[in-house]
Write a new protein. Structure first.
Length: 304
């Protein structure tokens, strides 16, 4: 490749995404796989990365910036955490070099909330924040990053003041697969039962203390009154998201509402939940955000 650039990598627990980006900011190569941390721990992070770089013919002088689980203790090299309150610029400043490599590889750190009453960590989402808000974000923002472990983050004048993690996505998977409600969702098609979803969001948001009962009603309602498996699935999803929003939404919202960083079906569901509760929301695609965050880091580190 004639024009210098860099390599951006988002390395999750279950997925791997890599982009070659030229000096003009154009994506000139891309790789995706399911070689997240779970698989990379077995096959070796360095070998997984090298195989994708070789497949694209990435020139050795192109440096690599990585966010996510490659910086975990079991990863390529431990990148540690920046403690809250953490300015977004410090994520770039604390990037860790990977020793013993033929090319320059940097891994961005996560963010830790070292509060004995509410300990919390994030790894990967900090780069989405960087991309969604920029290094020098002004004002106050409340950011929702849905996923297996949803994050709600408060950022003021470019500083992450605090955040809270909810195991919403993981709980959905466990409940739908491992509990009595698995019978209710068996055979569910792809139809989006948004009326059932919205009703469940409202019920859980208004009566979060009844969460266990609301979930059991998914089964009893189907037994007594019938209903499609897809409706049961969306009711479970709406109940869990409604519970998350009941805990996460502050009493007084900032004027610009919530910034939602999400993609695909999660974006659709959370936008619908916010609309149902009359919450102002600004949506940013999660993949765009992480790419912009990695680009911001690369430009700052290597003056590209």
């Amino acid at each position: 490749m004639s024009q210098a650039g860099y390599v951006a990598v988002d390395w999750g627990s279950s997925s791997f995404r890599l982009w070659l980006v030229d000096r003009a900011g154009r994506i000139v190569g891309e790789r995706r796989s399911q070689e997240g941390m779970v698989m990379a721990v077995k096959s070796g992070f360095a070998s997984v990365l090298r195989s994708h770089l070789d497949a694209l013919g990435a020139a050795n002088e192109w440096p690599v910036v990585i966010c996510g689980m490659a910086g975990a203790r079991q990863g390529l090299v431990e990148a540690g955490y920046v403690d809250t309150p953490a300015h977004l610029a410090s994520i770039v400043e604390c990037a860790v070099s990977v020793p013993g490599q033929s090319r320059d590889i940097r891994i961005l750190p996560g963010i830790a909330q070292r509060d004995a009453r509410a300990p919390d960590v994030m790894r990967g989402e900090e780069t989405q924040l960087l991309g969604a808000l920029g290094r020098d974000a002004a004002g106050e923002a409340i950011i929702c990053l849905p996923g297996t472990h949803s994050k709600w983050v408060t950022v003021r004048e470019g500083t992450v003041e605090g955040f809270t993690t909810f195991m919403t996505g993981e709980l959905f998977g466990v409940i739908a697969r491992e509990t009595i409600l698995s019978h209710a969702v068996t055979g569910a098609d792809e139809a989006e039962e948004m009326e059932a979803f919205g009703s469940a969001v409202v019920a859980a948001f208004e009566t979060p203390a009844l969460a266990a009962n609301l979930l059991f009603q998914v089964r009893s309602r189907q037994l007594l009154y019938g209903g499609k498996p897809s409706s049961a699935r969306e009711t479970i999803s709406g109940t869990l998201i409604g519970l998350e929003l009941a805990a996460a939404l502050p009493g007084k919202m900032p004027g610009n509402g919530v910034t939602l960083v999400a993609s695909g079906k999660l974006r659709t569901l959370y936008e619908a939940a916010f609309k149902t509760l009359a919450v102002v929301v600004r949506s940013i695609d999660a993949e765009d955000a992480v790419r912009r965050g990695l680009s911001t880091a690369a430009e700052a580190i290597w003056k590209i």
